[in-house]
Ligand binder design. Structure first.
Ligand SMILES: [Zn+2]
Length: 221
């Protein structure tokens, strides 16, 4: 388990699982993830969505990923109540591409939801987890075009690989969005491991592991 190294605002368990972790430490599956931007409150039902949140202590929630970026958020909402969320952000989720609802990518929507509950973005503790990093994330032009529409886009997030194809720094893109949303850089506990570079630790869809996933998970308490 990879645990974000950052001070937490209330008693909290969280982390990014690896292939070495046993299923017993992982959350129940509550989301049917579809690479869009829906963020839902955790319930006992399995529902369609790519982000999940709760204010209930003892409810372990999470997202399953194998190259996409798992994003964990923790902060206090109105009345000082603890709030946590886990988001699944591939390039579609991070940009909002293909999701007709307004509000941009899933990190923007997750933080907006937190604000709607009375939370202050500056007080959020945040962590992006292991994902395919720029070293391996070769993408088509449509991906770069979608990312360029975001106000936090910077041209340095696009690099060129040895084959002359574009590579996207999806981690860096989400980080830039976080800062644009008013998150505090000193409360960032991100773990930057590349899923393709680390077969010893991590599952990677691009490397051919199409069924197994790691979790980004979080629990109040
Ligand atoms: Zn890599």
């Amino acid at each position: 388990m990879l645990i974000p190294a950052v001070t937490v605002p209330f008693p909290l368990s969280w982390g990014f699982s690896t292939r070495l972790d046993l299923a017993a430490s992982l959350p129940d599956r509550r989301l049917n993830q579809v690479h869009r931007c829906g963020v839902v409150e955790a319930s006992d039902a399995v529902v369609e969505g790519d982000g999940i949140w709760t204010t209930s202590p003892g409810t372990r929630i999470g997202v399953r990923v194998a190259d996409c970026v798992p994003v964990l958020l923790a902060g206090k909402v109105a009345g000082g109540k603890p709030w946590v969320a886990a988001l699944h952000a591939g390039w579609r989720g991070a940009t909002g591409h293909g999701d007709p609802a307004p509000g941009g990518g899933i990190l923007r929507r997750g933080v907006a939801l937190y604000q709607s509950l009375g939370g202050d973005p500056w007080n959020l503790v945040w962590a992006l987890g292991p994902a395919i990093l720029a070293c391996h994330f070769e993408v088509g032009d449509e991906v770069i075009s979608a990312a360029r529409l975001d106000p936090a886009w910077q041209d340095t997030l696009r690099t060129e690989g040895s084959a002359g194809k574009a590579h996207l720094d999806l981690h860096g893109f989400l980080h830039a969005q976080g800062l644009d949303l008013g998150l505090d850089p000193s409360k960032n506990g991100s773990v930057r491991f590349c899923t393709v570079c680390r077969p010893d630790l991590l599952y990677s869809y691009r490397r051919g592991e199409t069924t197994d996933r790691q979790w980004g998970w979080i629990e109040i308490g």
